[in-house]
Design a protein. Sequence first.
Length: 387
Amino acid sequence: MTMMQWLTGPNGVLFSSTSVIVILILMLFMSIKLYASYRNKQTYRWLITAIALMMARQGALIALAFPGRILSPWIYLASSMLQIVSFIMINFVFMKLYTYRTAELRGLPFLLMSGAALALAAAQYGIAPFGAGNAATSSFPLLDIYMIVVTLIILLATRIADLSPKYYAALIVYCVGELARMADSYVFHGEQTWLPLLALLLPIVYFSLMFMLLFEWVIERLMSTYQSSIVDGLTGLYNRRHFSAKAESLLKGSKSMAIIFCDIDNFKKLNDSQGHLKADIVLKRVAEIIKEESSGIGSAGRYGGEELLACISTERVKPDVVAESIRKRIENETIVTVSVGYSTSKESKSVQEMVKQADEAMYYSKTSGKNRVSSFKGMPASAKSLV
């Protein structure tokens, strides 16, 4: 037996289906974890069901490759139906995952496609009923053609979704694999050995691409969850807890650093006069400026309300220059001004104490005219005692 004969015979089916089942087991494990971790239970329930049906389909292929006895044509028909229904279902799930935030994806078209598969199976039986006088068959032309049609419909329907190129590549690979299988069954009848080989290997490629898509989705969810735990939702700056951690890390890794404390002047008045929406837009723009000015030399965070901070390394820059740049840009680029205070590691070696000192310096700027920069070191002793 040559290698090509081995690959295109029952052993090739065993290799292909076993490889696919291993991939599906990994996908099933991720799906169960998603089901347990997120609220969108129904979508992940459909995903688990689709994967289970696909595993059953691969098990049927293995059984049909090594029958050991004459099997009923109904088993072949059930295998074809499992292929079509599970394929429709898993593509519905992936489109649902990638469009639920931007579009309303209805399940009715997918249910109609599954219903059409059942109707075609009935029509196939009507054309060539299974009976004692008929030889068992593994070919169902109507269902095979419909499988190609479904693949093309889904390929066109995905235009509404923001899907990865891997998804489109997977659909194309699947379609080519089905065409190769049909060409081998209905046209060449096994004369071209490369066609059954293609039909056996391309499903492995297809399911590998689908696994990668699901894996990327899981990673994206994990990253989103992590990001929401460290970042303020409105401004995009680090929240107070994570900012403190970044500042502690900067203090350990730098010879000298500074904390810059900013408070938007008359922010309550802006809220009252122009509304929360306008005030939020201004707050986000101020946050962007602070983030840009501290980029590359430190980090920015939201302390609370309209109070924003930056921690910067002062090995190559002067804190008063950075603080003044922030103040000036906010004055020129927004409709508000800020009162700014800063403290350096020369005044304290504790991040918590430096934040307190910068806050005091900011308060001094606020009470002595607003829209100005003050350093904790340069504050008069009498002002420090009043804070």
